[in-house]
Design a protein around this ligand. Structure first.
Ligand code: AMP
Length: 430
């Protein structure tokens, strides 16, 4: 058989994924966040402009398709990208759909694609949950967003082994002032690793994303941005922290947290999980007040957002006994003994399903013994046996699997009887 593409996954059991999305839905509903969905295909330009040309995502990791097609006897070239993230798409959608509500509080989930080196917790096609508040100018939204995410992990997913890193990137002017100071510091170093020298030319702030020891050693002594904020920015930075303290959200300040994408300003944050190995970032985000302008709009739409990696959340939940998957509904298996009973088995299955009873008819037949074995394997609560005698005399043999008992039930009474049994069973489980 052909193998799946490196860095992609077959999800053959979606129960935990679905439970996670259900938890987000409940959380989003209490925070007045509406669910949206944007296309997986976007114009390449959207990410080139928004993320920055010199970010890893754009320079190395984007899946791009260049197409050319004939239209009205002219050849049209188009560069399409398979989305590497969702924030730029959300901002595009805000404008394309003339959304008037501000803040536009939305969330979405779905696959994103990055051509990274695959390893545990790092895929080329992975899934994100995305939260955005577009047109949310006041800095208190930053605290609201972080508190919302903290409570999502803590209260909905029952996770408590995570930590939040926080930093403040100030205004564009603050950053220009700081960049000059940082450049001066780097110029004064007797020796600079090649990697730092490269980034110094392209995107100096992202030197802080360099993780190797040699770079880290130098960067440990570098001046930090939060020491050079303007008075207004300093006030906002204090406000975010004071609000988080007031809301009881624990965080650590990491003055070297810059995050990989270019569009952030003011608050940036990252959530890290425990026990996930090297890829321990479970989510992150920040404020992006100038993204609309970077995308070519005149209007500034101050906004804040965050993205969580679904695979990493699921890994964190794997060993968490407090996150319980919902119990599946009681299952009924219908076992026709011979091909003559197939039509009645199928009719019965359809009738049970219209009454919301989960059932499966064993249409491929087999011996009674093998059908009962299958029913056991499927964790059936009830098995309905239909043989020649049952068919002729208009009844079925109903087996209660847990109690190992059976009863004869008149065909005409069967649906009502099953509805009652399943109802009682659910009531008992609740
Ligand atoms: P980012 O959009 O880079 O801020 O990533 C947000 C979150 O997505 C991260 O915190 C991770 O949980 C997850 N993530 C990012 N890249 C990958 C990847 N290659 N594979 C799996 N999850 C990822």
């Amino acid at each position: 058989m052909l193998q799946r593409i490196r860095g992609t996954q077959d999800m053959v059991d979606m129960r935990a994924y679905a439970a996670l999305i259900d938890a987000v839905k409940q959380h989003a509903a209490t925070h007045a966040l509406a669910e949206i969905s944007t296309p997986i295909l976007e114009p390449t330009e959207l990410f080139k402009r928004s993320l920055g040309l010199f970010t890893d995502v754009v320079s190395k990791e984007m899946y791009t398709i260049n197409t050319s097609h004939e239209q009205d006897s002219r050849s049209t070239e188009e560069s399409i990208c398979i989305r590497p993230e969702m924030t730029a798409s959300t901002m595009r959608a805000y404008f394309n759909n003339n959304i008037e509500r501000a803040p536009w509080r939305v969330w979405a989930h779905g696959p994103v694609f990055r051509h990274e080196r695959p390893q545990k917790g790092r895929f080329r096609q992975f899934h994100q949950i995305n939260f955005e508040m577009i047109g949310a100018a006041h800095i208190s939204h930053d605290a609201e967003m972080i508190a919302m995410l903290d409570s999502f992990l803590r209260d909905r997913l029952k996770l408590n082994n995570f930590s939040i890193s926080l930093n403040f990137l100030g205004s564009p002017i603050d950053r220009e002032v700081y960049k000059t100071i940082l450049r001066k510091f780097l110029d004064e170093q007797p020796h600079l690793p090649q990697k730092i020298r490269e980034r110094q030319e392209t995107n100096i702030l992202r030197i802080f994303d360099l993780k190797d020891e040699e770079c880290q050693k130098i960067l440990a002594n570098a001046p930090v941005l939060t020491d050079y904020l303007s008075e207004t920015s300093e006030k906002e930075w204090q406000q975010v922290r004071a609000l988080l303290d007031q809301l009881g959200v624990a965080y650590t300040i990491n003055p070297r947290l810059v995050r990989g994408l270019d569009y952030y300003n003011k608050t940036v944050f990252e959530f890290a999980g425990a026990g996930l190995g090297a890829q321990n970032a479970i989510g992150g985000g920040g404020r992006y007040d100038y993204l609309s302008q970077t995308l070519g709009e005149e209007k500034i739409v101050p906004s804040i957002g965050a993205a969580f990696g679904i695979e990493r959340l699921l890994l964190s939940l794997e060993n968490n006994p407090e996150f319980v998957l919902p119990t599946p509904p009681p299952m009924t298996v219908i076992a026709p003994f011979a091909p003559e009973q197939l039509p009645v088995a199928l009719t019965l299955a359809t009738a049970l399903r219209t009454h919301n009873i989960c059932c499966e008819a064993l249409l491929d037949g087999g011996s009674i013994k093998s059908m009962l074995r299958k029913a056991n394997k499927y964790h059936a609560t009830y098995v309905i046996l239909i043989g020649e005698d049952e068919q002729k005399n208009g009844y079925v043999t109903l087996k209660h699997m847990a109690a190992s008992t059976e009863e004869k039930v008149d065909m005409a009474q069967l649906i009502n009887h099953m509805v009652m049994l399943v109802h009682e069973q659910k009531h008992h489980e609740d």
